[in-house]
Design a protein around this ligand. Structure first.
Ligand code: C2E
Ligand code: CA
Ligand code: CA
Length: 423
């Protein structure tokens, strides 16, 4: 097929990009930026259809596409869907001058389709943005996992994690969950931290996925649960009564004997099942089979709490959620922080809290970072709050000291009285 582009000209895949935009000015702007970054071949298309035609004809595909959303003939949304249908997985950026909510909606659509989206960006494009996108394309082509748009670091090698587990370097940290009306501590969420002598404190984003992928998640969860329950028992013996929330990966739910295992661990530490809440992400609920539902039902029957974590990010249906005996709805921080600034977040937050209330579920807002977030949650009748405003996750031995300092803050966190609300 003669395309006017001899294969030699694009022999190096890194040298070619495709800009899909109906505006000539925008295409030229993107082209100039790519050229300044040393990209030799800049293909252009005015809309989705033209882009698909071009991709079918090009002897070597581009390494990166920039896709505008609003275009005649075929818009950016349909283009992404068509690319997915045709199995064309070229990394791309979505660029739009429209409001953030639209770009976020497209981002989640692309993620759901499993498309290699590098991120949604607001126009005008900048050289820094494109340079970072080009860099991330290299990772895709060398078979490394795609870096999320947030630029999170790469996951860690499984051998390293296994050694860290064996050496007891993966520890539970604790973040308080507090009563929204009073600020009083009701429980803690247990968050895994790998404290490495060389790497420093490694956050879970860098090793949970590795643990899941390489058969280490059960060991990790057992170790964290055991240490955390020991800590809770010790706090209790010093008069600190509270509940504890553990994060459970969906893989762990498939472990034979899980219900008995957790019950035995609780008993060994002298804890009541009602003190334990198991957090399960909303995203994983979609894939539960009858076996997993049975496990959740049995955990609940034994008296443990079940929380839907990251609520609002998981695309579960009401029907799927209704089948699981949840006791708590934990609203994702993306709806909590900034809800006081953005009307659409506020509406989602308020309806989720209302729904939780009507279903008799405890509602938890995560990612409470400011007093404005906090006041809004009080106004909306949320049950518990968790976030940097109250405390960052901390080591077990730091908690008693933190509790003392927190007591002094209670008056400023308390819900304004009924009189001051009506006046
Ligand atoms: P998650 O369950 O949604 O946990 C909440 C995350 O939000 C934690 O991140 C916490 O440090 C962070 N966070 C808390 N308050 C704020 C805030 O006000 N603002 C912001 N921006 N962030 C806040 P972390 O500790 O890095 O954990 C990340 C994820 O790793 C957790 O998300 C959870 O899904 C997973 N994870 C952590 N520990 C375990 C574990 O033991 N087992 C499993 N399966 N997953 C775990
Ligand atoms: Ca959680
Ligand atoms: Ca969460």
């Amino acid at each position: 097929m003669d395309t006017g582009n001899p294969p030699e000209a694009v022999a190096d895949r890194h040298e070619a990009v495709l800009v899909v935009d109906d505006s000539v000015v925008q295409r030229e702007h993107a082209g100039a930026l790519f050229r300044s970054l040393g990209v030799a071949q800049i293909h252009e298309a005015q809309h989705g259809l033209q882009a698909l035609q071009l991709l079918a004809e090009l002897p070597v595909p581009p390494c990166l596409m920039v896709i505008d959303l609003e275009m005649p003939e075929m818009d950016g949304i349909e283009l992404i869907q068509q690319l997915s249908r045709r199995g064309i997985r070229i990394p791309f950026l979505v660029a739009s001058s429209r409001e953030g909510a639209l770009v976020r909606a497209v981002e989640s659509m692309a993620t759901t389709l499993g498309m290699p989206l590098l991120g949604g960006v607001a126009k005008p494009l900048t050289a820094e943005l494109l340079a970072s996108a080009l860099q991330r394309c290299h990772a895709v082509e060398t078979g490394e996992p795609l870096l999320p748009a947030t630029g999170l670091p790469m996951p860690i090698a499984p051998e390293r994690l296994e050694a860290a587990l064996a050496q007891g370097l993966v520890l539970p940290y604790y973040q308080p969950k507090v009563d929204i009306r009073t600020g009083l501590v009701r429980g803690v969420e247990v968050l895994a931290r790998w404290t490495d002598p060389v790497l420093g404190v490694v956050p879970p984003d860098r090793f949970i996925a590795t643990a899941e992928k390489h058969g280490l998640i059960l060991r990790l969860t057992q170790s964290i649960a055991d240490q955390a329950m020991g800590q809770l028992a010790s706090w209790m013996s010093h008069g600190l009564a509270m509940s504890m929330a553990l994060n459970l990966s969906p893989l762990v739910l498939q472990t034979p004997g899980l219900v008995e295992g957790i019950s035995a661990l609780l008993a060994r530490h002298g804890l009541a099942p009602g003190q334990l809440v198991l957090e399960i992400t909303e995203g994983s609920v979609v894939s539960y089979d009858a076996q997993t539902m049975g496990v959740l039902g049995r955990l609940r029957m034994r008296g443990m709490g079940l929380s839907i974590d990251d609520y609002g990010t998981g695309f579960s249906s009401m029907q799927q959620l209704a089948r699981i005996p949840f006791t708590e709805l934990k609203i994702d921080r993306s709806f909590v922080h900034k809800a006081h600034q953005q009307a659409h977040l506020r509406v989602i937050l308020q309806s989720a809290l209302e729904m939780a209330g009507r279903l008799g579920l405890v509602s938890v807002a995560e990612g409470v970072e400011t007093l404005a977030d906090w006041r809004l949650l009080q106004q909306f009748g949320c049950t518990l709050g968790q976030g940097y405003l109250i405390a960052r996750p901390m080591a077990g031995e730091a908690l008693p000291r933190w509790l003392k300092s927190h007591e002094a803050r209670l008056p400023s966190l308390r819900m304004p009285t009924a009189e001051s609300e009506t006046s």
